[in-house]
Design a protein around this ligand. Structure first.
Ligand code: HEM
Length: 465
């Protein structure tokens, strides 16, 4: 057994430390019967994949079929491409696939024991405890903070060219300080935000050891700061009674047997949740703004819907969010076209068969959300922005797993309703004030991995209406 846990990165003396064991990555010979390719010595196909993931997958499928092996990111994996594969892996009826062992090698150093890094019974128990933070009452509370926080910033966006991506990234961090942690915007929130950003950047940094002057070193320090902060705060909120923010809900959440979650687990869940929420919302809000900028006719439709619901004010109440049907369809379409989590890794715990192949226990497998979202068979003219692909009738006629931006099954995104809520409130605050404009012919290049973003930050102008 190889263990990737690095003691220098783990929180000090955790209450419920469990050793992290990953099964060895399989040697290439174990996959000899599966078609595919090793790529260049040492690096395999890593850089080819990163340069243009869609073109790479298309070529692999054309050459080897929708089940193929590939060597990248330091080992072999087997790609399973298509809605049926998404269903098999995500729904995981037979409990074959480990999320912990799929994501662990990528995320465990900085976000150990997050929900995506635990499996089966322990996962089910903790997920149920954490779900309390997403019930209607707390959600209603967050919607109030989101309306006021977004309005406060968006009202100054008008009239001048700006880069949307960094602006929404900062705003999303500030909103999280309020809704997630329950602290006001200001120096304390800024310190937390910085520690958090250092940690997220370190999680995808090429140098994986915390050597001096590396991003990983900054990330480790950021993690130590946050672990200390959340630990102290968990004790305080338990003693004094918490607020309505997400963290206070977690701090006082109980398991089925009535016991509180161990403090170090609250801390790890909180760190992980902030990471899971942050770049995904930033990426998806940016994609929607870009697609609406390119399709002013859809801005008009969404604005008309929002005004009809709010009566012309920019604030939208929690109870009215469900009425923004076109806005929701436009968001779903942008999640299809530019998926914030383009692919999902798992590890097979047992041998299984798929697509005519026997896939051995221990294989690292991956589904390709972004590729399936662009498959012509399910999405005619896939590059066209068409929110009407998400009318209830259209959805009914399609494979349920042809659209999986939030995953599916036991690990389906816990914060998806929060994401819909934040993006709908953002749209209401923007579209009731502004027309979203870009220069004629403007087409930013997108960095497709690990979470898509426009390389130039997306140059837009919000023109007051
Ligand atoms: C558009 C925004 C978002 C997208 C596209 C997204 C996508 C995803 C995906 C694909 C997964 C499942 C990964 C897997 O199965 O391996 C996931 C899990 C998760 N997401 Fe999100 N997410 C978004 C926003 C959020 C937000 C706002 C929160 C919190 C407020 C959040 C919290 C989580 C958590 C806690 C998990 C782990 C669930 C589990 O393992 O049981 N996400 N997300």
């Amino acid at each position: 057994m190889a263990t990737l846990a690095t003691p220098d990165l783990a929180p000090p003396a955790p209450e419920s430390a469990r050793p992290r064991h990953w099964s060895e990555r399989l040697p290439g010979e174990a996959l000899n019967h599966i078609p595919g390719e090793a790529g260049a010595p040492i690096i395999g196909n890593t850089f080819k994949m990163l340069a243009d993931p869609h073109a790479f997958t298309k070529r692999m499928i054309a050459t080897y079929g929708p089940v193929y092996k590939n060597r990248a990111f330091g080992g072999w994996n087997v790609a399973l491409v298509g809605p049926e594969a998404n269903e098999l892996v995500l729904f995981d009826r037979d409990k074959i696939f480990s999320s912990e062992q799929g994501w662990g090698p990528i995320l465990d150093k900085l976000f150990p024991r997050g929900l995506m890094l635990i499996d089966f019974d322990h996962h089910r128990m903790d997920r149920r405890a954490l779900s309390i933070a997403f019930k209607p009452e707390p959600m209603r509370h967050y919607s109030g903070s989101l309306n006021s926080g977004i309005a406060r910033v968006v009202k100054d966006w008008g009239g001048k060219p700006m880069r949307f991506y960094p602006a929404i990234k900062q705003l999303t961090l500030d909103l999280a300080a309020d809704s997630f942690i329950g602290i006001p915007w200001g120096p304390e929130a800024d310190r937390i935000n910085q520690a958090f950003v250092d940690m997220v950047q370190a999680s995808v940094a090429p140098v994986r050891k915390p050597l001096p002057f590396t991003q990983m070193r900054k990330g480790v320090k950021g993690r130590a700061f946050l672990v200390d902060y959340f630990t102290r705060e968990t004790h305080r909120r338990r003693a004094e009674g918490g607020g309505q923010d997400m963290f206070s809900q977690f701090a006082t959440a109980t398991r089925e047997d009535g016991s509180l979650l161990p403090v170090d687990e609250v801390v790890d869940h909180m760190n992980f949740l902030m990471m899971a929420a942050h770049d995904t919302i930033t990426s998806s809000a940016t994609s929607l703004i870009w697609l609406l900028a390119k399709h002013p006719e859809w801005q008009d439709k969404l604005r008309a819907e929002i005004v009809a619901v709010t009566g012309g004010t920019s604030d939208i109440s929690y109870d009215d969010l469900g009425k923004l049907e076109l806005t929701e369809m436009a968001f779903k379409e942008s999640l299809r076209m530019i998926s914030p989590v383009p692919s999902t890794p798992r590890r097979a715990l047992r041998e299984f068969e798929y697509g005519g192949y026997r896939i051995p226990a221990g294989t690292q497998v991956g589904i390709n959300t972004q590729y399936v979202h662009m498959m012509e068979e399910y999405w005619p003219d896939p590059k066209r922005f068409d929110p009407l692909r998400f009318t209830p009738e259209a959805v009914k006629g399609r494979h349920k797993y042809a659209w999986v931006p939030f995953g599916g099954g036991a690990h389906m995104c816990l914060g998806l309703h929060f994401a819909y809520m934040q993006v709908k409130i953002l749209m209401a605050q923007i579209l009731t004030r502004y027309e979203i404009a870009v220069e004629p012919g403007y087409a930013p290049e997108w960095q497709p991995w690990p979470i898509p973003k426009p390389k130039d930050g997306l140059k837009v102008t919000f023109k007051p209406i």
